[in-house]
Design a binder for this molecule. Structure first.
Ligand code: PRP
Length: 183
């Protein structure tokens, strides 16, 4: 396949098309932030980013939420260098912040098989939070292993391998300001 996106960040690597450009993402993140601001009742809110994929989304999203909150991170990994999930979701780093009694918003870049979120939600639910909700930028709606609802969704995403805005393939492409398809 020849590259159809011209971008010095790509260094000759092939990406077929931009699926969401930076302006579309910024508009949607602003709306999500407004939705979250309106949705959350009083009480402590802890926004928990699932790394590494959510790092850009989370940074943009929390700046659009107009209420007090705290931020912490979890690191989960499942894919390795492959394009399909290994099914083995590992918690590589756990949040240091106490979860008990807080509203937890788990922020994920993409829901694919749903294994990562299900594993993380199982873990978080055991820590007696006041509530736990999921906010995912992208939802492919193909998740066969998702046991929890995704209350806040940025985009209904095509079932393609997507990279950019935090999402990687073999650790490349995370820094792209847009989301593109590898196919
Ligand atoms: C990717 C992505 C999601 C997860 C989605 O993470 O960031 O967290 O896979 O797939 P699933 O719904 O099939 O579980 P990855 O394990 O590649 O780690 P990363 O966040 O460091 O890129």
């Amino acid at each position: 396949m020849s590259a159809s996106i011209t971008d010095p960040r790509l260094d000759g690597q092939a990406l077929s098309r931009i699926v969401y450009d930076a302006d579309q993402i910024a508009r949607r993140v602003r709306q999500l932030g407004a939705d979250l601001t309106a949705a959350y009742p009083e009480g402590e809110l802890l926004v928990l980013g699932l790394l590494k994929g959510s790092f850009i989304f989370l940074g943009d999203l929390v700046r659009q939420i107009a209420r007090p909150l705290q931020v912490d991170f979890l690191v989960a990994a499942s894919y390795g260098d492959a394009k399909t999930s290994s099914g083995d979701v590992r918690l590589v780093y756990d949040a240091g912040t106490k979860l008990e009694g807080k509203h937890i918003l788990l922020v994920e870049d993409i829901v694919d098989s749903g294994r990562t979120l299900t594993r993380m939600m199982d873990l978080l639910s055991q820590r007696r939070p006041r509530s736990v909700e999921i906010c995912a930028l992208l939802h492919k709606r193909v998740a066969a292993h998702l046991s929890y609802p995704v209350r806040f969704v940025g985009f209904e995403a095509p079932n393609e391998f997507l990279v950019g805005y935090g999402l990687d393939h073999a650790e490349d492409f995370r820094h792209l300001p847009y989301i593109a398809s590898l196919q």
